[in-house]
Design a protein around this ligand. Structure first.
Ligand code: IMP
Ligand code: MG
Length: 182
């Protein structure tokens, strides 16, 4: 493997993320002890964080995915949410934990939660890798949060800038000067 240069300004390394994922998985184990749990990953951004939580929890899990888009190629949210891939798994009377990359305005998750509640689950909770609380518009609370961050535009570990950089094994943020040189 060739050396790769860090894109943007480093925020959290793979080691930081792994440590938090293990801590959160332990909380999930305690909270859902003896219960079946559906881990519902939001595509595409949650994939690396989703696989961490899935690996480290010992809960009795089933998995599925959902795609909701509220973002174009810009750095700000449109506020319009569309479900473009719908999970087929039966959620009736089951605990559902949405695994999300980042909560920004909260519009996407608020909409998603309301839609999933219509399927009669026992509970719907949220596990987000990052929470950008200063940007919150919607009334949305995540039960599990990897890291609280400031109002920064972040990439890596699933997060994209115009669909790029999802594969970076760390989370970094982009400043305008970084964007010019991408
Ligand atoms: P919200 O509906 O405003 O909470 O938007 C949530 C979605 O916007 C996330 O799932 C991401 O796909 C995207 N998003 C928000 N902030 C960032 C960021 O800093 N970097 C990359 N994607 C982001
Ligand atoms: Mg997303």
């Amino acid at each position: 493997m060739s050396e790769r240069k860090i894109i943007g300004k480093m925020l959290y390394t793979q080691e930081d993320i792994t440590k938090r994922a293990k801590e959160i998985a332990a909380e999930i184990d305690r909270d859902y002890e003896g219960e079946e749990l559906i881990l519902l990953g939001t595509l595409k951004g949650s994939i690396p964080w989703f696989t961490d939580i899935l690996k480290y929890t010992t809960a009795d899990t089933k998995i599925d995915f959902i795609t909701a888009s509220s973002y174009g190629s810009s750095m700000t949210s449109s506020g319009i949410v569309k479900i473009t891939f719908d999970p087929q798994i039966n959620m009736y009377n089951k605990h559902v934990l949405i695994i999300e990359d980042i909560i920004d305005t909260g519009n996407t998750l608020k909409y998603l939660k309301a839609k999933l509640e219509e399927r009669g689950p026992k509970s719907v909770k949220v596990c987000a890798m990052l929470n950008k609380e200063p940007r919150r518009v919607a009334d949305l609370h995540a039960e599990y949060v990897g890291f609280e961050i400031d109002d920064l535009f972040v990439i890596g570990y699933g997060l994209d800038y115009d669909q790029r950089f999802r594969g970076l094994p760390y989370i970094s943020y982009l400043e305008p000067s970084d964007v010019e040189s991408l």
